[in-house]
Design a protein around this ligand. Structure first.
Ligand SMILES: [Zn+2]
Ligand SMILES: [Zn+2]
Length: 168
């Protein structure tokens, strides 16, 4: 069990953090929370109180004070707001954000009406070859293997891996 420098037991931390702590304690799905600290790197199991989704995430990713992670499923479905939307996300992401906000050409939904984690299939226009295609916003913004223009990155190359979409 990792304790780390901030070795406060998870449950103790929960008790001191009001409604947020209460929610995390209720979403926690492990047997022995007393042995885990709030800053642990341990990937614990959580169950969302809202949508019942079960996922694993490091303890510290949920308890940290800056931009803690919540349920990934709820994040996909979250409505965009003034401060939480695709454009605001782009503005914080330097060159990558500039490129993505330039390539976002969807007319049905402005970039402020979707979130960076949205599953909405937006219309994009490649800055290099001008090809237009549709893909989920989340597929372009994810940190692991984001997708790019299918013309510039044809299937079979390493940079763009096209997978058949599963209908679920
Ligand atoms: Zn959820
Ligand atoms: Zn292209």
């Amino acid at each position: 069990m990792r304790t780390g420098p901030k070795g406060k037991p998870f449950l103790e931390w929960c008790a001191e953090n009001g409604k947020r702590g209460e929610r995390l304690a209720n979403e926690f799905r492990e047997e022995l929370p007393t042995e885990l600290t709030k800053a642990s790197n341990y990937k614990a199991k959580w169950k969302c109180l809202k949508c019942k989704h079960v996922w694993r995430a490091e303890m510290n990713s949920r308890t940290k004070s800056e931009r803690p992670k919540g349920c990934p499923k709820c994040a996909h479905n979250a409505p965009a707001s003034k401060t939480k939307n695709f454009l605001a996300w782009c503005e914080k992401k330097g060159e990558l954000g500039k490129k993505l906000s330039r390539e976002y050409v969807d007319k049905d939904k402005p970039p402020t009406a979707v979130t960076y984690a949205s599953h909405y299939r937006a219309l994009w226009k490649c800055g290099r070859c001008s090809h237009e295609w549709r893909t989920r916003v989340a597929d372009r913004t994810k940190s692991v293997r984001p997708t790019g223009c299918p013309e510039c990155n044809p299937p079979g190359t390493n940079r763009y891996t096209k997978k058949r979409e599963r209908v679920d």
